[in-house]
Design a protein around this ligand. Sequence first.
Ligand code: GSH
Length: 236
Amino acid sequence: MIQLFTFPEAFGLRNVSPFCLKVEMALSHLGQEFEIVLEHDPRKSPKGKLPYITDGGRTIADSELIFDYLDEKTGGGLYGHLTPGEYGHGLAFARLAEDHLYWLMVASRWLDDDWFPNVQSGFFSSFPPVVRNVVGTIARRQVRNTLALQGLGKHNFEEQKSFARRDFKALTDVLEGSNYLAGERMTVFDFSVASLLAGLIDNKPATWLSVIAEEYPALRIYAERIQEEVGVYARA
Ligand SMILES: N[C@@H](CCC(=O)N[C@@H](CS)C(=O)NCC(=O)O)C(=O)O
């Protein structure tokens, strides 16, 4: 049976990582039998990040590569039916979510002094309090460096908020004309975007990004629709 390695629950989310959640959505959508294995330490993954899966002696890390594997395993169950237009639109929005909006979500959790204590209690609660503070501080420094290298970390909160509004507006504009991102039917790219939106909207307590997302009600409606259709929810 397929094993899906994901982070344990945190911030009111049973699946706290959008990349792990989108794989869970795809597995459910494809009707694959699988079990979730909780893993605190992403360094145990072959790529140093979660998710990864194992299946019959094979290990595949990275949600996109997992999708390729599942697509092949199911004879095109994820991508096989897509038109080039659906694929192009879908991939572009998945990239917006995963390579831009995702980093704003990371910034909203890790860089905000008021919110950061939730990261410490959510991710490092298995450590004794003193160790937790040290580990949390070291991890925060690494995230800050990563965000600076990625670029978004060089901007102040107001600038980061303006970037987020632009992403949310683009998604809202597309969703005004359609229930799904790539066209008239649900595609695998909806898993990428809805998993991210669901996590940032339902994340407790609200981050500044969650608050801004609520300015765009179509996003919550869309995230709920996709979660309901696949029967997989981010929230605990
Ligand atoms: N490109 C990867 C991204 C996965 C990813 O960024 N996972 C995050 C959690 S959302 C992670 O494991 N971060 C831990 C770390 O970088 O140390 C994928 O699609 O699977």
